[in-house]
Design a protein around this ligand. Structure first.
Ligand code: ADP
Length: 159
């Protein structure tokens, strides 16, 4: 039984994240998507909302669960019994930060490997912050996020 942790802010979850989750399902028996509590970011959606959006989006994948954590990713990976940490790579611009994190995490927990997955090309320019900006300007985001997120964004920015 090989488990992987997919940590991130997911503010909110997009089809890019979901593409990565689907690919991870082909490689691991179980995926725990974990909403990280990052004190340096002030998210648009609460942790509970972000968990709900992901859970709804992956409800057809019984091997995927969703939780949250406050602390070191490797500690949480050990807690859930994960052997891998999943991260998505979109462009070279992601690489330097991700490389540094992966090596630091390996230093902290040598038995846990970071696995990088590339999404479909159509999602490589997508990130949560662009979605928040588009939605705040009343742009249609239905091609980029699940319906539950689309509705929540509409409600949030409906003036
Ligand atoms: P974080 O603050 O941890 O970067 P994000 O929610 O922005 O949280 O991203 C979580 C993970 O998902 C990261 O590995 C990121 O590279 C990846 N990711 C984000 N958007 C996409 C996308 N459009 N396609 C593939 N991976 C993505």
């Amino acid at each position: 039984m090989r488990k992987a942790l997919y940590p991130g802010t997911f503010d909110p979850v997009t089809y890019g994240h979901i593409d990565i989750i689907q690919r991870a399902c082909d490689l691991f028996d179980e995926i725990v998507v974990t909403v990280a509590i990052n004190p340096t970011k002030s998210p648009l959606f609460t942790v509970q909302e972000r968990i709900e959006f992901i859970a709804e989006s992956v409800k057809d994948y019984p091997q995927v669960s969703v939780d949250t954590f406050d602390g070191l990713v490797v500690d949480h990976a050990k807690n859930v019994g994960a052997v891998g940490i999943i991260r998505g790579l979109r462009a070279v611009s992601d690489f330097e930060y991700e490389f540094q994190m992966a090596l630091m995490n390996r230093k902290l927990a040598k038995d846990i490997n970071t696995v990088f997955l590339m999404p479909h090309e159509k999602y490589t320019y997508l990130n949560s912050s662009i979605i928040r900006n588009l939605a705040s300007l009343n742009s249609d985001v239905r091609d980029f996020v699940p319906e539950i997120v689309q509705k929540a964004l509409k409600k949030k920015f409906n003036k």
